[in-house]
Design a protein around this ligand. Structure first.
Ligand code: MRU
Length: 369
């Protein structure tokens, strides 16, 4: 992987990713999310293989951020004189489920090729790829702010009493975004509005993105939060302590099915049984109208060691086989609403999803024929 250095930030802003141009040449600097919350360590990527390794090991992760990282990765290859098409190919397939990764990579690569075709030469083409990555980064921050607003309005409509007890799964905050995230941006807005009574944080086995990352973000923001094991969620619903579930998404198929961190689907079933709103918050860059339905979404299968070991120590007999899908798929019928930067749809239908996303959404041309 790339070079590492440890940072202790004096201020509150801890960007998950940034582009820097030291005299030795441009680099992509990542906050290494595998080391949080214990260490705030930055990882310096000088080439695409280092970035691909960071993506596979989840040093950089979460759907929107993967798209931004992929776009900067193409720019990195271009400015450093590596083969841009090779880089784009390797980056796009580093992880299969989050549609944003391929989207970000394709946008930067298209900008690079358009500039080349325009006769600008390699340097101008590299600058065009970098400008596209920066554009996507800024757009994601804007989308995050808009989702927070739409999500807050939806919560006020669904839960007029205010004082929400929200359950969330995995990590969807500033660590995955150019802004404040997706579901977590709505939670942060509710907190600022004085309407967040409690954030219930699923620990999110096996890689503990909830415990390590969401609890870290909630603590930094001064939110009232409580951590629970994933399997404790059922008794929490039964006790009437959950008013709404808010999660993000890695890919939303054309039929409104949502792939998100494994453990999301059981929460949707619980929410339906207990008559609790189950809300998905994601930018339109996570909607893939080219994937017709949930069954067509490729779910990443990860190493069994993530299940049979905890922090490198065995928790199962040697040789135990493990089932370790990184994501699961929730059908539209179990989802109360999908919130994007363009607004919310409820109930979730294929036609409303197309109308919500508009022509710029990935795969829009495929559904429209
Ligand atoms: O495997 P990860 O940590 O990349 O999974 C991330 C999630 O599942 C998030 O919930 C999803 O990307 C939505 S984040 C906005």
């Amino acid at each position: 992987m790339g070079d590492r250095y440890v940072v202790t930030k004096a201020n509150d802003s801890l960007p998950p990713l940034r582009w820097e141009e030291p005299p030795e040449g441009p680099v992509l600097v990542l906050l290494d999310q595998t080391r949080l919350p214990g260490e705030e360590t930055e990882l310096v990527c000088t080439d695409v293989p280092a970035l691909v390794e960071a993506i596979r090991t989840l040093a950089v992760r979460g759907a929107p951020l993967l798209g931004i990282a992929g776009a900067y990765g193409v720019a990195l290859a271009a400015v450093r004189g590596f083969d841009v098409d090779d880089a784009a190919e390797t980056l796009a397939y580093a992880r299969p489920t989050a549609v944003n990764l391929g989207y970000g990579v394709r946008r930067a690569a298209a900008a690079y090729h358009a500039a080349l075709a325009g006769g600008g030469g390699a340097e101008r083409a590299a600058a065009a790829a970098l400008a596209e990555a920066r554009g996507l980064h800024a757009e994601d921050a804007e989308a995050s702010a808009a989702m927070a607003q739409h999500g807050l309005e939806l919560l006020a409509e669904l839960l007029p009493g205010g004082g929400y007890q929200v359950l969330t799964h995995c990590n969807t905050g500033a660590l995955v975004s150019g802004g404040e995230g997706t579901a977590m941006a709505v939670v942060a807005a509710a907190h600022r509005a004085g309407e967040l009574r409690r954030l219930w944080v699923d620990e999110t086995r096996p890689l503990l993105q909830g415990a390590r990352l969401t609890a870290y973000e909630a603590a930094r923001a001064g939110m009232p939060y409580t951590l629970l094991t994933d399997s404790a969620a059922g008794s929490l619903f039964a006790a009437g302590e959950v008013d709404a579930v808010l999660i993000g998404a890695d890919r939303i198929a054309a039929d409104g099915s949502v792939a998100n961190k494994v453990g999301s689907y059981p929460l949707a079933v619980l929410a339906r049984y207990h008559n609790v709103p189950f809300i998905v918050v994601a930018p339109t860059t996570t909607v893939d109208l080219g994937t017709p339905d949930g069954a067509s979404i490729e779910v990443e299968q990860r190493s069994g060691h993530e299940v049979t070991e905890a922090a490198g120590n065995p928790v199962a007999p040697l040789g135990t086989q493990a089932y370790n899908p990184a994501f699961d798929v929730t059908p539209a019928s179990l989802i109360t609403a999908i919130v994007t930067e363009n607004g919310a749809i409820s109930p979730v239908t294929a036609s409303d999803l197309v109308a919500l996303c508009g022509p710029s959404a990935p795969g829009h041309d495929q559904v429209m024929g």
